[in-house]
Design a binder for this molecule. Structure first.
Ligand SMILES: [Zn+2]
Length: 312
């Protein structure tokens, strides 16, 4: 086409351009409207719906607390476990009475303690079976109080003793005989044994058998040279250690002093095991102190429950 466009032609071009811009503007507006409408609706929804706003704040708070909690445990876990937790949760304590089975002169004193104590019964004694029956009536736990050699040559651990001089098969058959003489046992602790528990071969045979029998071992801790913790850890046998002996001094006042110390240990560690003996003073003091301990907020539990707590 040559020459300038006529007036009608120019009018048509202008109209077309205006129409196309209007269409573009309309499309842009529709697009913007489509995108922003739901958002503005959501903002308005939040703005005017207090419930939703509170929910949002609560979720933010929970997330913040969870983050803070993770940070606290990562940085102050030990502080929490040793200092704060015992104040918030009841410290748990266990009483084990050793040397039961020689005689029944204190059977009533022991029965008074009900299920608040674990019976550690010597094997092959005149009253071994009698006291397993009493423990059953009282719903108390029973463990075998296994005689092992001591470094004190003037002391004899008595019947059922297992020694380092025995062959592997003698040790195993001796242990099985001792276990069989104390029915309903759920675990084992050592009677004396300051020499025996430091004998690696002896303890390996004993602890492997306990593992096979699905029992646990409570180390009375008669020597710091005990190899039991190390072997138990290596073979995966549940292991417990006594926190304190209550009656190395058998006087009533001395036992009470030990119980004061035991309270401190239990508060600090959360769970603690104390060992006392089948003696009148010990049983009398416990009968008097156990209700008091419960009033003070201590929870008296069985040895088996300690293991459950440790494995949870
Ligand atoms: Zn003993």
């Amino acid at each position: 086409m040559t020459g300038p466009p006529s007036i009608p032609q120019l009018k048509t071009v202008i109209k077309d351009r205006l129409r196309s811009r209007a269409i573009f503007t309309q499309l842009a507006f529709c697009f913007f409207y489509t995108i922003t409408r739901p958002m503005s609706g959501f903002v308005e929804h939040i703005k005017f719906n207090r419930k939703a706003l509170r929910a949002l704040l609560a979720i933010s708070g929970i997330l913040l607390l969870a983050w803070g909690g993770c940070w606290f445990f990562q940085n102050h876990g030990r502080f929490w476990a040793h200092r704060v937790a015992p104040k918030l949760f009841k410290p748990k304590i266990v009483f084990v009475i050793d040397d039961i089975g020689e005689h029944d002169k204190l059977k009533n004193e022991l029965a008074r303690l009900g299920s608040k104590v674990t019976y550690a019964i010597l094997p092959l004694r005149d009253f071994s079976v009698y006291f397993t029956a009493q423990a059953k009536r009282m719903h108390a736990d029973v463990i075998l109080h296994l005689p092992l050699e001591t470094v004190h040559t003037d002391q004899f651990p008595g019947q059922g003793l297992i020694t380092g001089e025995m062959t592997d098969s003698e040790i195993l058959s001796g242990l099985r005989r001792d276990l069989a003489s104390v029915p309903r046992h759920v675990g084992v602790n050592n009677h004396m044994g300051s020499k025996g528990t430091s004998d690696r071969r002896l303890m390996t045979i004993i602890l492997r058998e306990l593992k096979r029998e699905k029992l646990f071992f409570l180390d009375s801790h008669t020597t710091s040279k005990s190899v039991a913790p190390e072997i138990c850890h290596a073979i995966g046998l549940p292991f417990l250690k006594s926190g304190i002996f209550l009656d190395n001094d058998n006087a009533v006042a001395a036992i009470k002093t030990q119980l004061v110390e035991f309270r401190r240990i239990a508060r600090e560690s959360g769970t603690a095991v104390a060992i006392g003996h089948y003696r009148k003073n010990t049983l009398d003091v416990l009968a008097e102190e156990i209700p008091q301990l419960e009033k003070e907020g201590f929870e008296i539990i069985s040895l088996r429950n300690v293991l459950k707590i440790q494995t949870d």
